[in-house]
Design a protein. Structure first.
Lengths: 119, 113
């Protein structure tokens, strides 16, 4: 079974600075997807960024980028120019690409990192 | 607006009572999912459905039931057999099982009185 670990329960960053959230995962599969979701106080899960394991290029969405290290099974999220609206819980998630087996459709989540933005 | 709606936002359950959480989507997605979130934990899969009239158990299906009579709707019933139902419940959908990105609704907070 796959596992996702987020070792930083809480992080804080000054507004306009850069912060990196860590995520590691364990899998025996070679093809999979990785995601970062944001959960603000409203508690709705919002997709921030996704990465396909077969792509070597790191995904980027505006101020959000990832550092995907497949061999190390590491998938960190970098937030540049942090804004007050970035304050939220951030969850790393894994999804198998093997759709032929029931149960692979699920997302496996880490326990989250609470990010605080200091004005 | 296209999206996923969940109702109610808050739900109270008495001991021994069954309650049903609603999830509706107008994204024309085939696959739908129910997750449970407990404090300090990530989300765990309860049930999922790939197509109408078909659904599969997830990791923590005991004490829950679902139906998928329409493509747009995937209601979750929390039965009296679920001994610890207090949690935040999130519904999600994806275009198809092959479409790996899941999009989430706003959630329902269930409290046991």
């Amino acid at each position: 079974a796959q596992t996702v670990t987020q070792s930083q329960p809480e992080m804080s960053v000054q507004e306009a600075e850069t912060v990196t959230l860590s995520c590691t995962y364990d899998t025996s599969e070679s093809d999979y997807y990785l995601f970062w979701y944001k959960q603000p106080p409203s508690r709705q899960m919002i997709l921030v960024i996704r990465q396909e394991a077969y792509k070597q290029q790191n995904a980027t969405e505006n101020r959000f980028s990832v550092n995907f290290q497949k061999a190390a099974k590491s998938f960190s999220l970098k937030i540049s120019d942090s804004q007050l609206g970035d304050a939220a819980m951030y969850f790393c998630a894994y999804r198998s690409a093997l759709i032929s087996n029931f149960g692979n459709e699920k997302l496996t989540f880490g326990t989250g990192t609470r990010l605080t933005i200091i004005p | 607006d296209g999206g996923i709606t969940q109702s109610p936002k808050y739900l109270f359950r008495k001991e021994g009572q069954n309650v049903t959480l609603s999830c509706e989507q107008n994204l024309n997605h085939d696959a739908m999912y129910w997750y449970r979130q407990d404090p300090g934990q990530g989300l765990r899969l309860i049930y999922y459905s790939q197509i109408v009239n078909d659904f599969q158990k997830g990791d923590i299906a005991e004490g829950y039931s679902v139906s998928r009579e329409k493509k747009e709707s995937f209601p979750l019933t929390v039965t009296s057999a679920q001994k610890n139902p207090t949690a935040f419940y999130l519904c999600a959908s994806s275009l198809a099982v092959v479409q790996e990105t899941q999009y989430f609704g706003p959630g329902t907070r269930l409290l046991v009185l």
